[in-house]
Design a protein around this ligand. Structure first.
Ligand code: H79
Length: 487
């Protein structure tokens, strides 16, 4: 199979209004480099590649389940769950899984954590049950994060859960089996470039000196590539591979060597947007939700609090309502939400995370039709507007004010209007040429009275709204999709 060479469609925008919205995004790059504008959501290597013939069709087929799924569970788990944000009595600022880097812990010291890793409460079926109760449709787990420690039995390195810990159980094998039982697609995060345990991996300058003095290809060929092969051969079908922080991957065929391995071993496996060449979809910056509809497939990785790996003292959890707003917002912009939990060192997923996920999941059980397999908004004015006072952001771009009262998702012949707050007046749908056939509340089927005035449909929504967290009104229209009318 030829190497993957494709242009990642530059994010395109439907209207000048939404183009203005771009100015609000200050993408947080996955690797700390400053970038500006929405282009910054992609690394420079990902913007200029031409598609190979036939490849887009194959990609669309690979993406079919992903578009349906919309909502996935990200799991960050590894040795960093033991210190959980504190090293030698000091709270270490930043992300829990970055503790080795932030505290500059020597490899020889950090790897001792493996001797303490014994998560006796780990139960793969419980984790999958949580994802199901949350209404999540796929799981992605760290097979190896930047610290270099593998959560599965690797033959390439003994720095893994089976060879180096008292636990000795292959976590990925157990999770893959539980996912197979539940028909839950499973994907693996793999840190392809940063590996702070390998002398030639990127990122560890406190033990091994600067990256530009390393034999990086020796690490890639000796550890990363063979480990990715192991992941694609030992654990059944792999729904997706989630690469991250593509440092130094923009040289020669470093990145395409990985796509070749994936396409050779499991051609249906999706590749995320952070390998170093175009993947199957665009990955936005960590916790970065774009301000407007995106026409290419995309996914945002996100946290419920402020860390990926468990930290004992990060209690700043988003509420279930906040998570649901983000989910519907993301779906209304054509994307997927990959929401993270960081299990504790004993194998238990923190109770506050479970509460948030299960609460949102209860809503999805009733209202999931507005989310799973749903398309983006045909409008866009509900997403926000430029500041009326002509305010500018730090880069001199028009400041966008996001609106959060309602969002629209779609299926053929249907609009789902999700209200996160009660509209203050009879609710006017944006102008469209389609006739409205029927309007009802999704949760209980109760009809919603409506009339059409001057080309606009006005809904008389019951007060207070049925579910104060989020109420979905279904609008059935003539024709499969909205035909906009001048407003
Ligand atoms: O796996 C999660 C993060 O560990 C990973 N991506 C998500 C999905 C990630 N890798 N790098 N980053 C996120 C950006 C890291 C930023 C920081 Fe730092 C880490 C800020 C402080 C510590 C690197 C080191 C940049 C400044 C110091």
């Amino acid at each position: 199979m030829p190497p993957l060479r494709r242009r990642v469609d530059t994010w395109t925008f439907r209207a000048s209004l939404t183009a203005l919205a771009l100015s609000l995004v200050v993408p947080v790059p996955s690797d700390g480099d400053p970038v500006s504008g929405v282009e910054g959501l992609l690394s420079p290597t990902l913007r200029t590649q031409a598609p190979a013939p036939g490849e887009d069709t194959a990609r669309q087929q690979r993406l079919a389940w992903f578009h349906e799924a919309k909502y996935g569970l990200f799991i960050h788990w590894g040795l960093y769950a033991i210190p959980a944000g504190t090293w030698k009595g000091q709270r270490i600022r930043g992300l829990g899984e970055w503790i080795m880097n932030r505290a500059k812990i020597p490899v020889g010291e950090y790897e001792q954590l493996a001797r303490q890793f014994n998560p006796v409460k780990f139960d793969a079926d419980e984790w999958v049950e949580l994802a199901q109760a949350a209404g999540m449709k796929y799981i992605v787990i760290t097979s190896k994060h930047h610290d270099g420690f593998a959560l599965y039995q690797s033959k390439v390195s003994t720095y893994d859960v089976v060879d180096a810990t008292p636990f000795k159980r292959d976590i990925l094998e157990e999770l893959a089996a539980a996912c197979a039982r539940a028909k839950m697609p499973l994907g693996f995060y793999y840190s392809q470039a940063q590996d702070w345990h390998d002398p030639n991996g990127a990122g560890n300058d406190w033990d091994f000196g600067p990256d530009d003095k390393k034999d990086f290809d020796k690490y890639l060929r000796g550890k990363a590539e063979p480990q990715v092969r192991e992941l694609l051969t030992g654990y059944g079908p792999v729904a997706l591979l989630w690469f991250d922080t593509p440092r130094m991957m923009n040289v020669g065929d470093r990145a395409t060597r990985f796509t070749d391995i994936v396409r050779e071993l499991q051609p249906k496996t999706l590749i995320d947007g952070r390998l170093g060449v175009a993947g199957d979809y665009v990955t936005t910056g960590d916790n970065v939700i774009p301000p407007a509809v995106q026409t290419t497939a995309w996914e945002v990785p996100a946290t419920i609090n402020h860390t990926w790996g468990y930290k004992t003292y990060d209690h700043d959890w988003k509420s279930p309502g906040a998570i649901l707003f983000k989910l519907v917002d993301i779906v209304s912009k054509g994307g997927n939400y990959l929401l993270n939990v960081g299990p504790r060192a004993d194998g238990i997923i923190p109770e506050p995370s479970q509460y948030v996920l299960r609460s949102a999941g209860a809503w999805l059980k009733v209202n999931g039709e507005a989310v799973y397999g749903a398309g983006a908004t045909p409008f866009g004015e509900e997403l926000g507007e430029p500041s009326a006072r002509g305010a500018e952001d730090v880069r001199g771009q028009p400041l966008m004010l996001a609106r959060t009262e309602w969002r629209i998702t779609t299926k053929p012949g249907k609009l789902y209007v999700t209200f996160f707050a009660e509209p203050r007046a009879p609710f006017e749908l944006p102008a469209m040429k389609n006739a409205v056939k029927r309007v009802y509340q999704l949760a209980d089927g109760a009809p919603v009275p409506f009339k059409t005035e001057g080309g606009r449909t006005v809904l008389e929504i019951a007060r207070p709204i049925l579910d104060p967290m989020a109420t979905v009104i279904v609008v059935e229209i003539d024709g499969a999709s909205v035909v906009r009318a001048a407003s």
